[in-house]
Design a protein around this ligand. Structure first.
Ligand code: BG6
Length: 506
């Protein structure tokens, strides 16, 4: 869909990694597809003292690096739309200067008074920037609209998330605030809604009568890269589970919404999060496993342990792996265990939802002993997006030799055009005022509420082990103990790991 309203897109934290790697390439892509009005303008803002020219040069380099389809003349045309204003984040005068700059650019380019402020900054600025913007009137919507996009994490714990919510609603209306969870912008996460609610064959089976357990895995092969400082104060639970994984669980488990309107979908995802069975601090050691990667050698290359990474404390107890078992206490899911896990420096970058169906009541053919859940629906969120259903089939020939086989659907079969990046989709939606794929505050507060006992137990109770796992392996083996049915294990997206930990190919 084309965005009709032209606008100014202000990026706070414009000299940072996210702007360079994701935001500018996404804006470039929207621009070259003609999805945004060609007269839109981007203003970068951050503490670094760049001029417009230097900022353009830097972003041009990033576009060449991160946008494979980049075409030199289109890139030059696009960077001509970039401007830059240095800001001192806590100083109201900086925002006055920014306001003057937006007014001038708006007049020069005959743009309407529509502005998106994207906060791609450290989280401690999420309360400062919206407050200062409001102090200089940059939240006022007399002649156009003003929207603020906030990156995750929304708060550091339940208390700070509530404080942030209360502060934001002092100055901004709920419909001006877009809390980004880039997983919701992923094509396959959205397709999950379509798969579930447009195919009559799944819904009758999508409940505790037929489903044995559900898994969500989000694995990353990379370590903490240049984000050691941030990550060491965050950890896997806050960085991935509180937001991305629980949102994906909510979409997997939700009831059919009344419509595709944002509120209708959020009402349902919120109900799932409200139905999560609370975990007691005393039971955390039985339902959660944490780990931290240690140094190893993969394919001859040496990988440092987490504690040796830049910005990480040498005695850090931050988890780079977290796995959790929990239940959703509602009519549909009563008694079905959900297992979720995420980790850095695992053998592959892959995200999957695995629906494990119950076995047949009686095993007639021998293969079923080897696959307790012979029917699995694997929804691959990334990479090679698609859906795979495993079935038991007879091998041709005499007798009853049976095999587990897969029926695969790959997104790449549907279209040759590459899927839009999650940021592309979400920035576009924020421009059109569609908040369907953004996280609601109440959902975020519910996820914090659910995770606080785990966070508290892990921070207070040193007797809960933090298992080391060598970089390039699937995390601590102790995570297998979470699986209730002792004849089952986690679903491994790829298995061809050798003893010396060679990354596996999907
Ligand atoms: C971010 C986390 O939200 O998601 C990162 O802060 C993580 O630590 C990233 O690497 C993963 O996103 P994706 O899209 O690469 O799976």
């Amino acid at each position: 869909m084309k965005t009709d309203d032209s606008l100014i897109f202000v990026i706070f934290g414009a000299s940072g990694d996210l702007a360079r790697r994701k935001l500018i390439p996404a804006l470039y892509s929207l621009y070259t597809q003609g999805t945004v009005p060609s007269d839109f303008v981007v203003i970068g803002a951050s503490r670094t003292q760049y001029s417009d020219i230097v900022f353009r040069e830097k972003m041009k380099e990033s576009l060449i690096q991160f946008n494979e389809k980049g075409n030199q003349s289109r890139i030059d045309e696009f960077v001509g739309k970039l401007f830059y204003t240095p800001v001192n984040y806590d100083d109201t005068d900086s925002y006055r200067a920014l306001k003057e700059r937006t007014d001038t650019i708006r007049k020069e380019h005959s743009l309407p008074d529509n502005i998106i402020f994207y906060l791609s900054t450290p989280p401690d600025l999420y309360s400062v920037i919206p407050t200062r913007l409001a102090e200089v009137g940059l939240n006022v919507q007399d002649e156009g609209w003003k929207r603020v996009i906030i990156e995750k994490p929304f708060g550091y714990d339940l208390e700070s998330a509530i404080a942030l919510k209360n502060l934001l609603i002092k100055y901004w209306n709920e419909d001006q605030i877009y809390r980004i969870d880039h997983y919701l912008g992923k094509e396959t996460v959205q397709n999950l809604l379509v798969t579930r609610f447009s195919n009559g064959i799944f819904e009758p089976l999508w409940n505790s009568r037929y489903i044995h357990h559900v898994e969500v895995t989000s694995a990353e092969d990379l370590g903490v890269e240049r984000r050691g400082g941030y990550y060491d104060n965050s950890g896997a639970l806050r960085d991935m589970i509180q937001n991305h994984l629980l949102q994906v669980v909510a979409i997997t488990a939700m009831e059919p919404p009344a419509s595709t309107k944002p509120e209708a979908i959020r009402n349902e995802t919120l109900k799932v999060l409200q139905s999560l069975r609370p975990i007691n601090e005393s039971e955390v050691k039985h339902v959660a496993v944490r780990g931290q990667y240690t140094a190893s050698s993969v394919k001859g290359a040496k990988y440092p342990g987490y504690r040796e990474e830049d910005g990480v404390r040498s005695d850090s107890t931050t988890e780079t792996y977290a796995a959790l078992k929990f239940y959703i206490d509602n009519w549909r899911w009563g008694g079905v265990p959900f297992y979720i896990r995420t980790g850095k420096r695992l053998p592959a970058r892959v995200m999957e939802i695995v629906i494990n169906f119950k076995p047949t009541p009686h095993f007639l053919f021998s293969v079923q002993d080897e696959c307790r859940s012979c029917n699995q629906l694997v929804i691959r969120i990334q990479p090679d997006e698609g859906i795979m259903l495993s079935l038991v089939m007879k091998m041709p020939g005499t007798g009853f030799e049976v095999r587990n086989v897969n029926m695969d659907f790959h997104y790449s079969d549907l279209t040759k055009t590459s899927l839009p990046s999650a940021y592309e989709r979400l920035i576009h939606d924020a421009m059109t005022g569609d908040s369907t794929l953004f996280a609601g505050t109440e959902e975020l507060l519910e996820s914090w509420r659910f995770l606080m006992p785990v966070i508290n137990a892990w921070s207070k109770n040193a007797s809960i082990p933090l298992y080391g796992y060598p970089a390039g392996t699937w995390g601590p083996e102790n995570a297998d103990d979470l699986i209730e049915d002792k004849e089952m294990t986690w679903h491994y997206p790829c298995k061809n790991l050798t003893d010396d930990g060679i990354y596996c190919e999907l």
